[in-house]
Structure formats: C-alpha cells, structure tokens
Ligand binder design. Structure first.
Ligand code: FAD
Length: 284
C-alpha cells in the first residue's frame, strides 16, 4: 500500500529536529529506520503529515564504552550492535538479543532508539534494557532529561516520552556475570511469542545478583523484580529456578492473539525463562 502524502524533513542537529517536532506538533513524527513507522503509514494505521528524519544527525550515532559504562546513540542500528566487538566484550547480551530481531534486512536499518522508543510490547530491546537497568536520554524544547527503562513504558505504544521529545541515547552499566536472551517465536524473523532477558552474578557458588525481564507477555515489557530476588542467595537449583518462574508468572498478563492462547503463552514464558536462567548461570 501507499502512505498518505507527507512532507519530509532532514535536520542536521538534535536542536533543529526538536524545533521541527515542536512546530508541527501532533502532525509530525520522528523517522529513524522506518521499519515500524513506515509499515504503519503504508497500512494507513497512522497518518503523519511531517516526517522528521534523524539520519543526518551524527551525534545520535555510535557506541561509547568507558570501563563498564556503555552509551549507545539512538540512531545506532541493530546491525551495528551486532558488529561491535567492544560492545560484545562488555555486554554480550546485546548482540545475542539483536541477532534474534527480524532478519538482516531489518537489522541494517532498524535502530536501537526506534526499537525502545516505539513502545511496541513485541520489540525485543525494551525488556533487555529493563533487565540491564538502562537509562533513556531524552531531549525536548525544555531541555534534556533521563528516564529509567523500568519507568518508561506505560501501555502499548504509550511511554514516558512526550510527543516533543527525541530519544538521543541509551546508557547502562554493563553487569558482571552471565547473561542470556532466549526468545520463542513462530518462525524466523517473527516477533516473540515469549522472550526472557536474564543477567546473573555468582559468588562462591551462590547467586549474588539477578535481573529478569520478559518480552511480549503484557502490554509493556515486564521487569520481574521478585523473580530475580527469588534467585539471589540460592545455589540456582531446580527448585530455586521454579520459584523464579512462578514469581514471573505472577506479574505477566498475556492476551490471546494470533501467537496463541493465554495458557500457551504462559507455558512458553516459563520455558524461555528456565532456559535463560540456566544459560545465564552457566556463563556466570
Ligand atoms: P522507526 O520505525 O523509524 O520508528 C518507530 C517509532 O519510534 C516511530 O513512532 C518514531 O517516531 C519513534 N522513534 C524512532 N526513533 C526515535 C527517537 N530517537 N526518538 C523518539 N522517537 C523515535 N523488532 C523487534 O524487536 N523484534 C523483532 O522480532 C522484529 N521483527 C520485525 C520484523 C519485520 C518484518 C519488521 C519490518 C520489523 C520488525 N521489528 C522487530 C521492528 C524493527 O526492529 C524496527 O526497526 C524497530 O522496532 C523500530 O526501529 P526503527 O529505527 O525502524 O524506528
């Protein structure tokens, strides 16, 4: 299908982009890789009069690593996350998760910023960012502010970002220990039926820290604090893992859709979380 007519803008600075968005108000949207927005426009599910393309803003691109502090520009593509050896050395879970997004064509243009800003519960990066306790950096007409990934998602496609703000970067402290992102999907290139992001640290054979977040099992990504807490201080035995799985099942809220009924999704959630805990623990 063909989208409704729109005007195309290509600013060269964040300030210019913010001004365009503020000037055009609700009739404008930021364009990043376009792999979520353009299909919506083509299906006429959204009608945007002004597209503000961020491609020419160099400051929004790139991965900066300082010790264990990682800052990733919003316009960094999923392919660039996969290609970065420096990133894989400090936070290999990003490469593991990015490799499970769609297919290479999508990953060459789809950006980290678009993936986390969109508010689509099916996107893989939001739960991962909650697992890592990442911060989102926003810039709007009133200046810059930071929102935690764990506080960002309000409902499907509703986030703490105001219409006039641009997400400029994502940052986090790379956790020590093991990690895993395990995703169950119907076919290659599909969105998750269920996915789990897990980071585990061990000390003296016991779990000393754990963080768990789930993808596409509610209308937002779900950081499962109690599930992570259920693992801390344990030897990560089978009963400990089941306690974490049960804590996760308490806080997800999947709905029936073309990916399956609720009972199947809860089953898939438990399976991916068990696998992710086991894999993360084996790497810790
Ligand atoms: P765009 O489509 O350009 O933008 C998406 C939305 O975010 C728009 O509303 C836009 O205004 C807003 N936005 C973008 N960047 C910013 C910013 N910096 N600041 C403020 N707002 C911004 N994703 C997955 O996670 N997992 C999958 O398995 C998966 N499968 C896919 C399969 C297909 C066939 C396709 C087409 C897409 C798939 N995607 C999947 C989505 C893909 O990863 C998208 O590219 C990504 O979610 C959005 O990134 P984008 O750069 O394309 O954003």
């Amino acid at each position: 299908m063909i989208p409704a007519p729109f005007e195309y803008h290509r600013p060269e600075s964040v300030e210019a982009a913010v001004k365009l968005i503020a000037d055009f108000g609700d009739s404008a949207r930021v364009l990043a890789g376009g792999h979520s927005l353009i299909p919506m426009m083509k299906m006429r599910m959204t009608d945007i009069a002004h597209l503000v393309d961020l491609q020419k803003i160099g400051t929004l691109k790139g991965i900066r690593i300082d010790g264990r502090s990682v800052t990733i520009g919003a316009m960094t593509t999923q392919h660039e996350l996969i290609e970065s050896t420096a990133l894989a050395n400090v936070a290999p879970i990003l490469r593991e998760a990015a490799l499970q997004i769609a297919d290479p064509q999508v990953r060459y243009v789809g950006t980290l910023g678009g993936n986390v800003a969109n508010g689509d519960p099916g996107n893989d990066m939001p739960a991962l960012m909650q697992c890592l306790d990442a911060s989102y950096h926003l810039q709007g007409p009133d200046g810059a502010r930071t929102v935690k990934a764990r506080d960002f998602y309000e409902a499907a496609y509703f986030t703490a970002r105001t219409d006039e703000e641009i997400l400029t970067a994502v940052s986090f402290e790379a956790p020590a220990g093991g990690h895993a992102y395990v995703k169950q999907k119907r076919k290659t290139g599909d969105y998750a039926t269920a996915a789990a992001a897990v980071v585990i640290a061990k000390s003296g054979g016991a779990c000393s820290a754990a963080s768990i977040a789930m993808t596409n099992l509610s209308d937002t990504p779900v950081w499962c604090e109690a599930a992570g807490d259920a693992l801390v201080g344990t030897a990560l035995g089978a009963a400990d893992v089941e306690n974490a799985v049960n804590a996760m099942l308490e806080v997800i809220n999947p709905q029936d859709d073309n990916k399956g009924p609720v009972a199947f999704k809860r089953h898939a959630a438990a399976v991916v979380l068990r696998r992710a805990i086991e894999r993360a623990a084996s790497r810790a």
